[in-house]
Design a protein around this ligand. Structure first.
Ligand code: ZN
Length: 357
């Protein structure tokens, strides 16, 4: 019999990215983090419609569940379909049975005349755009309607001070934090200075690779994504903030992310132990206390031991029972949705997305 653990939590995800795999390669090879954003992610998010988003979120939630992940903190952007997008994500996750906290990441990079803010991001946009205003409204409506969410900001380098202040103010009014990418690449190195007088303990600060000063909040560490984008090692242990683990849109297999986070930490400090990184998994129950009551049965009887998990690739979730008794996964098969239908739908919507790219 395999070990039983609580449900796992993905501390930073982009569910919409579930459709991105297999996308046509950009016309020229991106050479920097900024070019990766411009040529891959900003082309995808602008092409999304609500059918694609629903398909992506259902697939992302299904893949999370199949890895024993029962709760996701999602960060979303779809500039052509802002209104109602968060409810689409919440409904898709509810279909699968996975909990989600989602947000719309506001940005001023889409100017009011439809153009993209200049190529040189050394100075941020000057004014709040209409798109950012609508993004904040989407967060407000979703949360006021009972949705679980943060107020979202893409990243300080694509936002005016006016937008950062409006997001911080709205979050305070709603009694939630701000979920924001912080100094992921060197292009956003001024983020610490710009957020210093705005950030609060209930903020979720994502990446913090080039953060030059402490900010209040929880740090979401995404080691696989950071390595993939060659932005550097975040050294999250240099700060005293609580740390959670995220995938930044590369699935939601949290034991896999745990193993990678551990060896990356170990490469930086060979005296570190898996228990440090295990604590990062446990810290995320602060956002989803109910997930600690979910029960995941694994293929190994050592799935609750950090040292064993660190050196045992390929552990799989067999059964997942939510804290309310609902069986979400049995023998690795989703119970509330037909996994084959979810995958076929995603395949069909990905083909539509790729045709637009
Ligand atoms: Zn992210």
């Amino acid at each position: 019999m395999g070990a039983v653990t609580p449900g796992l939590v993905c501390g930073h995800h982009h569910l919409y990215s579930a459709l991105a795999r297999g996308m046509p390669a950009p016309a020229k090879t991106p050479k920097t983090f900024l070019e990766i954003l411009e040529q891959v992610w900003w082309r995808i998010d602008v092409a999304l419609d609500l059918d694609m988003l629903r398909a992506a979120a259902r697939l992302g939630a299904l893949e999370a569940l199949e890895c024993g992940t029962t709760a996701i903190i999602d960060h979303h952007e779809s500039p052509h379909v802002i209104d109602g997008s968060l409810q689409v994500i919440a409904d898709a996750c509810a279909e699968v049975g996975v909990r989600v906290n989602t947000t719309y990441g506001v940005t001023d990079r889409w100017q009011d005349d439809g153009s993209v803010f200049g190529d040189d991001w050394s100075t941020p946009p000057l004014r709040m755009t209409d798109a950012a205003r609508r993004g904040l409204e989407e967060c407000e409506q979703f949360i006021a309607g009972g949705g679980s969410g943060f107020v979202g900001v893409h990243a300080p380098f694509t936002c005016s001070d006016e937008t950062l202040e409006a997001a911080a103010g709205l979050a305070k009014d709603l009694g939630v934090g701000v979920h924001v990418h912080v100094a992921e690449g060197s292009v956003d190195a001024p983020a610490g200075r710009r957020l210093e007088n705005l950030a609060a303990d209930d903020w979720l600060l994502v990446h913090c690779v080039h953060l030059d000063r402490p900010l209040p909040g929880t740090i979401a560490h995404n080691p696989r994504s950071n390595m993939n984008n060659a932005v550097g090692y975040a050294q999250p242990t240099r700060f005293s903030n609580p740390i959670v683990l995220g995938t930044d849109g590369i699935g939601a297999d949290m034991l896999e992310e745990f193993r990678l986070a551990y060896v990356r930490l170990r490469e930086f400090d060979v005296t570190s132990t898996p228990s440090t990184v295990w604590q990062w998994l446990e810290n995320s129950y602060a956002f989803f206390p109910d997930a600690a009551g979910d029960r995941v049965t694994w293929t190994y009887d050592t799935a609750d031991d950090p040292w064993s998990v660190a050196f045992t690739p390929g552990m799989r979730a067999l059964d997942v029972v939510r804290n309310d008794g609902i069986v979400l996964l049995r023998d690795g098969v989703a119970q509330l949705v037909d996994a084959g239908e979810v995958r076929a739908h995603a395949h069909e919507q990905a083909a539509r997305l790729f045709a637009l790219l």
